[in-house]
Structure formats: C-alpha cells, structure tokens
Design a protein around this ligand. Structure first.
Ligand code: HEC
Length: 219
C-alpha cells in the first residue's frame, strides 16, 4: 500500500472508531533515536516539508469532512440545538492506528475561541496573525509548515475560513443565532469569543504536530 492509501485507511479507522478520548493524552512515547536511522535516512528539509504538507492536507481534509458529517447528522436529528453540543473536536480523535503510524496531534485553534482549550499558543498566534493579514489584503492562504526548534517536532497549519452560512447559526451575529442555541452556548461556554463572523472570515486553523523522525521514516 502506498503511504497515502495507508493514511486514508488509518483515518477511515478513526471514523469507524470515533469518539471518546483526546489525542493529546494518547501520544505514544517517543522512540529513541538510533544510530541506524541517522545513517540510513539522508533527506533534505524540503523533502520533510513536502511530506508533512501532503500528510497534513489529507488528515485535515478527512477530519474536516468527519466534522461536517457529525454536525449535519446532529442537525438532522434535532436542529442546531442538538448540533451545538456535538461540535467538539475531542469527539473525533485519531485512533490508535493513526496515532501509532504518524504520531500526530490534531487540534483546531483560534485567537477568538469558543472553547479555551482551542486557544492558540504563541507560535500559533503568529501564524494566525499572518493569515489574518493575508485575508485582509485579499491574498490566498494555504498550509504552513515549520520546524519547532529546538526539538524534533514539525507544526502544520491550515486556515479555516467560514465557508457558508451554516456556520453562522452558531458563529454569526446574535440575530443569526437562535434563542435555544444561544442559551446552550452561554451555559457551555460562558466566555465564548467565537461569534460575529461572516462568510469568508478567518475562523481559526488546523494545527497538527508531527514528529520529525516519523516523517523521515515514511519517506
Ligand atoms: C451547531 C453549532 C455549530 C455550528 C453549525 C458550527 N460550529 Fe464551530 N463550534 C461550535 C462549538 C460548540 C464549538 C466549541 C467546540 C469545543 O468545545 O471544542 C465550536 C468550535 C469551533 C472551532 C474551534 C475553535 C473555537 O472557537 O473553539 C472552529 C475552528 C469552528 N468551530 C469552526 C466552525 C466552522 C468553520 C463551521 C461551519 C462549517 C462551524 N464551526 C459550525 C458550534 C458550531
């Protein structure tokens, strides 16, 4: 199987197994660097960045559709009031298979977050600011990959913009959010900052952390 099929399979497993734990807690222990790996793998930073971009793009694309699927399913069951309680990424963790294979953390972060667990780190804030600047200037924005130094981690980010009015039922102006949804949000997220958006706005970004050695081994 090619790596991208393996990845798709791993993520499909995640969809099948969905729900219940956070990937942060389940990150496998680091494997010690061995002399062998250092000798065998001679790859450039560009190779690593390209591979990370490819993996990050696939993971976020699939995670995004799982997420949309969940919202639509809950909406069909009980409207946005039902969906509002099921919007957390914590409900769609990566499975052991994906975690084992790529040792990846997956989050959505925002400078104007609803859940404080989704607040951006200092480094993520800088990326979000750069995206925001580009959006304001009408420039295209895409994935961004960087090494977190010192260390062996690679950060992959991809912007999340408001694609349609669907999102405004829970992230729009007060007049776009129903009384019922408003009261659920108020109770669950008393310090909610994630309202007042319009279609096209930058809502936040995907934030994935990969271990460099895992990427190198997959090359
Ligand atoms: C049914 C209500 C609902 C809809 C519709 C909805 N969201 Fe959310 N959104 C939420 C809730 C609730 C959270 C907080 C989740 C959590 O606790 O992690 C959230 C969190 C997020 C976050 C994580 C950052 C943060 O603010 O905590 C992003 C990004 C996001 N939503 C984007 C979107 C986008 C894009 C759409 C449209 C495709 C959308 N949402 C539609 C309710 C909704």
């Amino acid at each position: 199987m090619s790596p991208s099929y393996k990845l798709t399979f791993a993520i499909l497993m995640m969809v099948v197994w969905a729900c219940g734990f956070s990937t942060e807690k389940r990150r496998p222990k680091r494997i010690e660097d061995t002399q062998d790996q250092r000798e065998v793998k001679k790859v450039s930073e560009a190779d690593i960045i390209n591979k990370t971009t490819e993996l990050g793009d696939s993971i976020t694309q699939i995670a995004g559709s799982v997420f949309m699927g969940k919202i639509s399913e809950k909406y069909a069951e009980g409207g946005y009031e039902a969906a509002a309680e099921f919007c957390s990424m914590n409900a769609y963790p990566l499975t052991d298979s994906l975690a084992k294979e790529y040792k990846v953390f997956l989050k959505r972060v925002s400078n104007k977050y609803r859940n404080p667990n989704n607040a951006s780190s200092d480094l993520e804030k800088q990326v979000l600011e750069a995206y925001k600047y580009s959006v304001e200037h009408g420039d295209d924005i895409g994935a961004n990959v960087q090494f977190i130094r010192p260390g062996d981690t690679i950060l992959y980010n991809k912007p999340i913009r408001i694609p349609s009015e669907l999102c405004l039922n829970c992230h729009g102006s007060p007049s776009q959010i129903s009384e019922e949804v408003h009261s659920i949000l108020k109770e669950e997220y008393p310090n909610d900052k994630a309202t007042g958006y319009k279609v096209g706005d930058l809502r936040g970004m995907w934030s994935l952390k990969f271990l460099k050695k895992e990427i190198v081994q997959g090359l």
